[in-house]
Design a binder for this molecule. Structure first.
Ligand code: ADP
Length: 160
């Protein structure tokens, strides 16, 4: 059987324990997992693209079949270049579902061969989002246990 590459796209501003939980689960399922950080002109990012990539690389270092990369433009084009068969997305609560469904169906329209796979994080992370981490961090709250230690350190250095 051909080896299966999955792409896990997102903003990862910053990577949280929820993302990492999903990455670890997916790394056991797929032969190769590419975590792809979107090069997007987000209005108010906490971390620059290069910082987000660096943090991701640090926290997936123990997973030999996981790579970190960046992409811009259409995700389906990027997936084709990477020869990926699977697009991985996380679903936390029902609230994620509607948006994810729209995206998955649009991507299927654009590239029928690419299969979107949804995975659930551990329950403890099902309330966790990068947006909340950014808000709490900017207000000086602790994000311990929400993000990997390497990320917590960077947040403290940035806003502390
Ligand atoms: P995006 O801006 O594309 O939603 P994110 O970096 O916020 O990028 O999230 C990337 C992917 O990870 C999305 O599929 C999102 O649903 C999923 N995700 C985000 N937070 C969690 C979490 N706590 N547990 C599981 N999946 C998550």
């Amino acid at each position: 059987m051909a080896k299966i590459t999955a792409i896990y796209p997102g903003s990862f501003d910053p990577v949280t324990n929820g993302h990492l939980d999903l990455i670890e689960r997916a790394s056991r399922l797929f032969d190769r997992l590419v975590v792809a950080v979107l090069v997007n002109p987000e209005k108010d990012p906490l971390f620059r693209l290069s910082e987000r990539v660096q943090m991701l690389k640090e926290v997936v270092g123990h997973l030999p079949n996981v790579e970190v990369d960046t992409f811009e433009g259409l995700l389906v084009d990027y997936a084709r270049r990477k020869q990926a068969r699977v697009l991985l997305r996380g679903i936390r609560a029902v609230s994620d579902y509607e948006y994810e469904l729209q995206m998955a169906l649009m991507n299927r329209q654009l590239e029928p061969e690419l299969e979107t796979v949804f995975m659930l994080p551990a329950e403890a992370y099902s309330y966790l989002s990068s947006r909340l981490v950014r808000e709490v961090a900017r207000l000086g709250g602790s994000v311990k246990n929400l993000v990997p230690p390497a990320v917590e350190e960077r947040i403290r250095a940035k806003v502390g």
